[in-house]
Structure formats: C-alpha cells, structure tokens
Write a protein that binds this ligand. Structure first.
Ligand SMILES: Cc1ncc(COP(=O)(O)O)c(C=O)c1O
Length: 349
C-alpha cells in the first residue's frame, strides 16, 4: 500500500481540537470563576451568539450533542406529544433511545433518502392530530447538515419549517454539523437565514474544532423558560462552564467555526474530484459538505480500513463513510485517494 495519510477519514469527531480553542482553554484557566455559568466567559459567549444570529438568543451549554438534543426537545415538547423526524435522524438512530426515555415521548419517523424531510410528508402528520388515541406531533426535529451528508438549501429548509408551523409544531434543528452547512451555503448570512423559522438549535462545536461541549441556542428565548432546570435534570449542567464557553468564544471569533467547516468541506470535494472517475465506487453527486458514501468490495474495504481507518455505513449495500475534518490536509486527501486507487487495482492480490 502507498504511505497512509496522517489523518483518518473516519469522522470529524476523530479529529483533535483547533489550536485557537486550546489556547482559549488555557487562557481561561486563571484564578477562580463562579460555577454553573456565572462567569465572564459564559457571558461573553452568550453575547457572541447574539451577535452571530443578530438577535437576542438564550444559550445553554451542555456536555455533548445527545444531551443538547434532549434538553432542546424537552423545552419545546408539550405533554403527551410526539417528536417527528427523519428516519435517519441522530435522535432516532444514534442516541440509544435517550429522547424517548428522557422525554417519555414517541418519535414519529418520516421517510427520507438523504435525511431531509419534504413539506408534504410534514403536512401528512395532520392525520395524527385530533384523536385522543394518537400521540400528535408537537415538534419537528430536522438536522443540518443531515446524517447522510446533505445540506438543506435555505428555501427548502424554510418550506419544511413552514409546513410544521402550519400544523402548530415547534421546530428543533440538530446542528451538530451546522458549521459545515453554514460554510456550504456561504457563511453567516446563510446561517441566519436558515434558522429564521427554527425555535431551538443544537449548535455543534465538537465536530467543528472544540474539545467537547455543545450549545443549545434558543432562537425564540421565550422557549427557554424552564430550560435551566431541565438541563440540570438531564444531567447536562457543566459546573466549570467557563471551559466550554471559552471554546465557543474562540470558535465564534471571526467566524472561525465557519472557516473550519469550509476546510472540511473542501477536503471532501477534493477527494471526490480525485476518485470520481472510478465507477465502482458509485460516488454519485459531489459532496454537499464533508462526507462521501462510496461502495467498496469487502476485501478492498478491509484492507483499506487496516491501512487508514474509516467506518462502515450500510454493509448490505457495501457502503462505507469517508468523512473529512477541519484538520484534513491536501496531503491527507492525496494519499488517501492514492491508497484507494491502489487497493482497487490490486484487489485480487
Ligand atoms: C447529527 C448528529 N447529532 C448529534 C450528535 C451528537 O452526538 P454526541 O452525543 O456523541 O455528542 C452527532 C454526533 O455524531 C450527530 O452526528
């Protein structure tokens, strides 16, 4: 095999933290600061979020993304209601049933090929409303960038949000990869436009260069009435909050998170460009953000995974996932593409 790249194509959360984040962490490690968010870093990070979204927002930091989603949903879901989401949603597939357990609510799964949800499918939820025998949907939870690597266009996202509003549903956006979407759609203005009809956003930092910690952003602050207590109940109240807030301050300064999302996306586009001519990979259309879902013969896949690790995606369809991160270099991409080509050409050896 050719030399392996320095960095894997396994996931954006396999990457380390950006140096600016680490510097901010070290700088925040001075003296004593009151716990539970009563510190200057948290105040400044809140102000930075208000500036980013150009409106008053309420921000609650959590330890992780599953926790952020659970806290966000618990603040906007009325009693005896269900959460509607795509069948690929992280909350439905990869959170070990945390939303169902914590919310005590049903998830209603909507059909989707790429993680987006059509306005018509949302409108179809009306059949669940009005009968005491059903769990009527109270929240529509969407993901941007989706679990399948799709980036909703601003108009498409807003149309689906409007369909939810027409039924009286609140809207949650799981933005674990909001940085990649903001970068793909052109930056800060696009970010503001895409959340125009969203009530609560789980704003991802971990995949965008943070060490850990996520933010629940209440774009409609009136939804945050019980949020602090719900966060504590959900065991997501960080005591030394300054260490999460300081990371966000660094990521938001000069829109660093968008720049890091852009780098990750550019690496995926470069990888696609280097391998698109290999039909058996079935790469399809260019990546919209930072992931590719190629098909690989199993022997080639195993050889490559030993050489430079990446995850299986859908073994029945022989699909794997290659994901770039903020720190993926051009050299990583070239070496990885060389290795893939080499492994396919030597498939029988
Ligand atoms: C779409 C999405 N939401 C949320 C999360 C957050 O998960 P975690 O609880 O591991 O931080 C992830 C992480 O993979 C994700 O991909």
């Amino acid at each position: 095999m050719p030399p392996a790249p320095a960095r894997w194509f396994a996931s954006d959360n396999a990457a380390g933290a950006h140096p600016a984040v680490l510097e901010a962490l070290v700088a925040s490690n001075t003296g004593h600061a009151l716990a539970y968010g009563q510190d200057d870093w948290t105040r400044r990070a809140n102000a930075a979020f208000c500036e980013l979204f150009d409106r008053d927002v309420e921000v609650l930091f959590t330890f992780g993304g599953t926790g952020a989603n659970v806290v966000a949903l618990s603040c906007i879901l009325p009693p005896a209601h269900a959460v509607a989401c795509s069948r690929w949603a992280h909350i439905a597939v990869d959170e070990a049933g945390a939303p169902e357990r914590f919310l005590g609510a049903k998830l209603v799964l909507l059909d989707s090929a790429d993680g987006t949800v059509s306005p018509d499918d949302v409108a179809g939820l009306s059949t669940l409303i009005g009968s005491q025998h059903h769990a009527p949907p109270g929240v529509l939870s969407l993901t941007q960038t989706t679990e399948m690597g799709a980036v909703w266009g601003v108009d498409a996202l807003r149309e689906t949000c409007s369909a939810a509003r027409a039924l009286g549903l609140a809207v949650h956006l799981d933005g674990a990869r909001i940085a990649n979407a903001a970068a793909a759609l052109g930056g800060r203005d696009a970010l503001r436009a895409m959340v125009a009809d969203v009530d609560v956003l789980s704003f991802g930092g971990t995949k965008a260069g943070a060490v850990y910690g996520e933010a629940v952003v209440f774009l409609d602050p009136s939804r945050a009435r019980h949020a602090m207590n719900l966060r504590k109940q959900a065991t997501q109240l960080p005591s030394k909050m300054r260490y999460i807030a300081a990371q966000y301050e660094a990521l938001l300064a000069g829109d660093l998170f968008i720049e890091l999302g852009r780098r990750a996306n550019a690496s995926a586009t470069m990888l696609y460009g280097l391998l698109r001519d290999i039909d058996e990979l079935d790469l399809g259309l260019p990546p919209q953000a930072n992931s590719l879902f190629p098909r690989l013969p199993s022997t080639v896949k195993e050889r490559l995974q030993e050489w430079s690790f990446f995850w299986d995606w859908d073994p029945r369809d022989r699909r794997v996932r290659w994901m770039t991160a903020w720190d993926t270099s051009d050299d990583d991409v070239m070496r990885f593409a060389d290795g893939v080509r080499w492994a396919l050409e030597h498939a029988d050896n």
